[in-house]
Design a protein around this ligand. Structure first.
Ligand SMILES: *[C@@H]1O[C@H](CO)[C@@H](O)[C@H](O)[C@H]1NC(C)=O
Ligand SMILES: *[C@@H]1O[C@H](CO)[C@@H](O)[C@H](O)[C@H]1NC(C)=O
Ligand SMILES: *[C@@H]1O[C@H](CO)[C@@H](O)[C@H](O)[C@H]1NC(C)=O
Ligand SMILES: *[C@@H]1O[C@H](CO)[C@@H](O)[C@H](O)[C@H]1NC(C)=O
Ligand SMILES: *[C@@H]1O[C@H](CO)[C@@H](O)[C@H](O)[C@H]1NC(C)=O
Length: 310
């Protein structure tokens, strides 16, 4: 008797409340993929790498990390996509037109666009090379201009769109002041997306809201952007370096610089909490986590303090 009454009630309430509940539901155990890339001089046991600063960056805000290896099959990538809650494309030095990094970035970008269209919220972040990769994936053409920005910390020149942005909405006002007046954002790139290029590229202009710009003295370029209709984000600068990299004198380490690292990480990890992909088994999850690998101390031979090699 009890069961007979309950079943229709349960069915009815599911139909009624599922959409609302799914918006309010939160995944407090987010797992974020970080894309690996080719090393410049491969050896048999070191063909690809991830700088550990990107891993620490996400971990510091409450995520666990899974390395996304290059050269996997599309099927393997699809399975991984359905197991993780977001992906980060790090900086680095490989081709954004033809490399293992580019191929994986393209596959996950396409999967993310498709998923988000059907209401499966999947965030994507690009830093430096990852930012350039996103611009290329969206515009489907070369949109970079050479700039004199290979080692310089800059204050952000915020646009009028910043206050309504998702990224900066919850930043403390005093940190926003510091970001706009002090050189807290580190730039290590030879190429940039010029503001003029975005303004004349329909694809890019309709897809990304520009949140900050910078200049090398000649070319005004985009330093922070977020997609209008997708949880897709890019910074040409390096939020992770302030707290975790020490090799260069121009890496900012002031209190506001380090808070910038954590507020950026906190934003993206919180985006990943809105996704509910999961590994099929706990064992599969354990085997995929970056905890299975140990970073190597590389401070004396590279600009990264620690690197995961694969
Ligand atoms: C990826 O595949 C390319 C082309 O087959 C190969 O040259 C490269 O060594 C592979 N890299 C890794 C890390 O597997
Ligand atoms: C590049 O910028 C630096 C300052 O960041 C400046 O010292 C240098 O002269 C510039 N180089 C060129 C070629 O403009
Ligand atoms: C900041 O951006 C505005 C609008 O794009 C531009 O006119 C201005 O020159 C920029 N200022 C600096 C310091 O880059
Ligand atoms: C930003 O807003 C200010 C004040 O409303 C306006 O004067 C300025 O032209 C705007 N800048 C841009 C780049 O739209
Ligand atoms: C920075 O890295 C270089 C190698 O790229 C190394 O020679 C140098 O000692 C490092 N400097 C610091 C301050 O760690």
């Amino acid at each position: 008797m009890f069961a007979k009454i309950m079943i229709p009630v349960v069915l009815f309430s599911c139909l009624l409340f599922t959409p609302l509940q799914s918006e309010a539901r939160i995944n407090d155990r987010p797992i974020i993929g970080v894309l690996a890339q080719e090393v410049r001089y491969p050896t048999p046991d070191r063909t690809a790498y991830i700088a550990a600063s990107y891993v620490k960056y996400l971990e510091s805000a409450g995520a666990r990390v899974v390395p996304v290896m290059i050269n996997q099959t599309v099927e393997e990538y699809k399975t991984l996509f359905n197991s993780i809650n977001g992906i980060l494309y790090p900086g680095g030095g490989v081709s954004i037109i033809a490399s293992g990094y580019q191929r994986a970035a393209q596959i996950f970008y396409d999967l993310a666009i498709e998923a988000n269209k059907r209401g499966d919220y999947f965030p994507v972040w690009g830093t430096c090379l990852g930012f350039e990769q996103l611009a290329y994936l969206t515009s489907k053409k070369s949109v970079l201009s050479p700039t004199n920005t290979t080692g310089v910390a800059l204050p952000l020149n915020f646009t009028n769109e910043t206050k309504d942005s998702r990224i900066f909405k919850d930043f403390p006002p005093e940190l926003m002041d510091d970001l706009s007046t002090q050189p807290l954002t580190e730039n290590s790139h030879k190429w940039s997306v010029a503001v003029e290029t975005l303004n004349t590229d329909e694809e890019l202009k309709n897809f990304y809201k520009v949140l900050s710009t910078n200049t090398d003295g000649n070319i005004e370029f985009i330093s922070t952007m977020e997609a209008y209709d997708y949880p897709i984000y890019g910074t040409q600068w390096h939020p992770e370096k302030n707290a975790f990299e020490w090799n260069k004198s121009y890496y900012p380490h002031s209190r506001s610089a380090v808070r910038t690292t954590f507020f950026m990480a906190e934003f993206f990890v919180n985006e990943a909490r809105k996704n509910f992909h999961a590994f099929e088994t706990q064992e599969g999850e354990r085997d995929a986590l970056i905890y299975n690998y140990s970073p190597v101390y590389t401070g004396a031979m590279s600009t990264f303090e620690q690197i995961y090699y694969f």
